[in-house]
Design a protein. Structure first.
Length: 220
């Protein structure tokens, strides 16, 4: 179990030595204490961002702590970095410098592998669109698939159902694309029309497009 240190933006002072305001603090028995009073003052702060450096510094430090900060928008604590021994951080930095080139090559290989996976998945998603909507133009199917399946976007194509090419997920992606591309939905929102009212207003247009796409085109 990791020790937890809190990063605070408030004007908080140590309950023991009265020092403050504190950037980093530990809560013991419900009261804040500075790192020195919590016997962590000899540790140095390493912000998040370099996974290899963080891992090596934490593994090489006999004492370490995770630094978190409360995100009001997400209503949860987010990891900000770690506290480790100065010597452990120095060793980790030297190790990372020594194999920086090898790690860069590995990152490039991983990037190319992910890119190839994304190309294959987008093609599979586009094919699923055409299976459900045989009248959908091929270029639109590809555009819908490319938008829905952007890695890290959180869109439906990257959900578990989307990755499984679930018909409901594919249909959701198609409907969303038609809503934003083939109707005045976005303009209505910009004009101040409430979202649900705007959706109700453009629903017949969406259904007309989808009904046309559900039909197999001549010669298809």
């Amino acid at each position: 179990m990791s020790l937890v240190v809190f990063e605070s933006a408030k004007q908080i002072h140590c309950a023991e030595c009265r020092r403050g305001p504190l950037r980093h603090l530990v809560r013991e028995a419900g009261v804040p204490r500075c790192l020195d009073c919590a016997d962590l003052g000899h540790l140095v702060y390493l912000p998040r961002g370099d996974a290899a450096l963080t891992r090596r510094a934490r593994e090489g430090s006999s004492l370490s702590a995770v630094v978190v900060r409360f995100d009001r928008r997400r209503h949860r604590h987010e990891r900000r970095g770690i506290l480790v021994e100065d010597a452990a951080l120095a060793r980790a930095e030297r190790a990372c410098l020594a194999d920086a080139e090898a790690r860069a090559r590995r990152r490039e290989r991983d990037r190319l592998r992910r890119a190839a996976q994304d190309v294959r998945f987008t093609a599979a998603f586009a094919a699923a669109v055409v299976r459900l909507y045989p009248g959908c133009p091929a270029e639109r199917a590809v555009a819908i698939a490319a938008h829905a399946s952007v890695r890290g976007s959180g869109r439906v194509g990257r959900s578990a159902a989307g990755r499984a090419l679930d018909e409901q997920a594919v249909a959701y992606a198609v409907r969303a694309a038609v809503r934003h591309t083939d109707t005045a939905y976005d303009s209505l929102l910009m004009a101040g029309v409430p979202r649900f009212a705007a959706r109700a207003r453009i629903a017949p247009q969406i259904e007309a497009v989808l009904d046309a796409w559900r039909r197999t085109p001549p010669g298809g």
